[in-house]
Design a protein around this ligand. Structure first.
Ligand code: SF4
Length: 425
């Protein structure tokens, strides 16, 4: 195993975010636990197949991943929600993908950039120790990752234009400041960011480098704030349809069983997905089944759900989620499917309307008509699980969809229509 002792870990700066593992076992039921070659050899050296009555890991193409039972849970998860590797051989023997969750790290220039995930109940509820206390623990884990297995890609502001470290810091600090702008309701902050993104699509960034980029962003932000006054129009039918499709794409998480399914099963699944995608586009009658959501409801009922009236905890959750994205540099470039800055910033705001729609789905499926914290938490879990991880979310088709929504103020209209909380200021 190669060592990266000299490389520091850059932690996400999310004020108020706490986390400790409360052993609920959710991650062992929902995530695919990738293995390094050494971890695979370690599992081979132990009589796990005999003890488990199943193979300890499976191959998915060239990847090796911890095996799952038919219900999707890891084969090492016991009846008391404990990991058998942990129980029998100690925590150090567990695969690094399991030990590091809900953090992850990726190589950036001269450092490891840490990210924090929200698809853990203790993360969404912010329960445990401040995440800032995990820096040295993550540094130790990052040292165990192979330097060669990580690809360092430069951050691209737009085609052919690489961002400098100074520019990355400028963008991160501006976005984080806007996300925390308490004078505006959360969805107004996002509307303003969506308009900054629209202006960035038309800007020639090659002529505003370094500090000038910060000045340009400030001008765009001020202009976006001043545009807030006239009431926003209702989204067009097509904008509504595109948001429903975004929600569908985010919730189509691929399970290990689906990854390993044979050609015929994969084709069948693809056919079902096409049918569901068409129904999400049309928005008529019953909402097709989505992962992470259960219960029947119709698109009309989902659309009629009102924003939450108790917004303090919900705003705080959305703010933590967005800060985690901005300060882990998961907005554009190598942190977001190699998308340029304007597209990545627009996608950030689209993920908030997607949360707004999926939260309404969860609410409607539970027979309620007004959003609550539990609806928003579930939507954040689903969106965060998909963003930067699902290839479909970063596809060319999705990038074109986001571009389409950023014209005619589509992203702003959708953010307003699917606002998560009522306006209180
Ligand atoms: S989902 Fe979170 S709290 Fe639950 S076992 Fe995994 S890390 Fe621990």
């Amino acid at each position: 195993m190669k060592s990266n002792t000299s490389l520091p870990v850059i932690m996400p700066q999310v004020s108020g975010q706490q986390w400790s593992c409360h052993s609920c076992g959710d991650c062992c039921r929902t995530l695919v636990g990738d293995l390094t070659d050494e971890e695979r050899a370690g599992l081979d050296a132990h009589p796990w197949e005999e003890k488990l009555g199943a193979k300890p890991y499976v191959l998915v193409g060239r990847r090796a991943a911890l095996n799952k039972r038919a219900d999707g849970s890891c084969v090492f998860l016991d009846d008391t929600n404990r990991c058998m590797i942990h129980a029998q051989l100690g925590e150090q023997a567990k695969p690094i993908a399991c030990r590091i969750f809900p953090f992850s790290v990726r190589r950036v220039e001269n450092a490891w950039q840490a990210s924090f995930r929200f698809d853990c109940p203790s993360a969404t509820a912010s329960k445990g120790k401040p995440i800032s206390q995990y820096g040295s623990w993550l540094t130790d884990l990052a040292q165990q990752l192979s330097q060669d297995s990580q690809v360092i890609k430069p951050e691209t502001l737009e085609r052919g234009l690489i961002a400098t470290q100074e520019e990355l810091a400028i963008i991160t600090s501006r976005l984080s400041r806007w996300v925390k702008e308490k004078k505006l309701p959360v969805h107004h902050r996002m509307i303003a960011i969506s308009r900054v993104a629209s202006m960035l699509y038309d800007a020639k960034l090659a002529s505003v480098r370094g500090m000038k980029l910060g000045e340009l962003l400030d001008i765009f932000w001020q202009s976006a704030i001043h545009e807030m006054e006239p009431p926003l129009l209702e989204p067009t039918k097509r904008q509504h349809a595109m948001l429903r499709q975004l929600a569908f794409v985010h919730a189509e998480f691929v399970t290990l069983q689906e990854l390993r399914a044979g050609f015929i099963s994969q084709m069948k699944k693809r056919w079902q997905q096409l049918g569901a995608a068409r129904r999400f586009f049309s928005g008529k009658s019953t909402v097709p089944a989505l992962q992470g959501f259960s219960g029947q409801t119709t698109f009309d009922v989902v659309g009629a759900v009102s924003p939450a009236s108790q917004t303090e905890e919900i705003d705080e959750l959305i703010e933590r989620y967005l800060l985690s994205r901005t300060t882990s540099r998961s907005i554009f470039g190598s942190g977001y499917y190699s998308w340029p800055l304007a597209a990545g910033m627009a996608a950030l705001t689209a993920s908030v309307s997607t949360i707004g729609w999926l939260a309404r789905l969860h609410c409607a499926q539970n027979g309620r008509a007004q959003l609550q914290l539990e609806d928003v938490s579930q939507a954040v879990v689903v969106v965060d699980r998909a963003v930067t991880r699902l290839p479909a979310v970063g596809s060319t088709a999705e990038r074109a969809r986001i571009r389409y929504l950023s014209v005619e103020d589509g992203l702003a209209r959708l953010l307003h229509r699917y606002a998560i909380g009522e306006e209180t200021t």
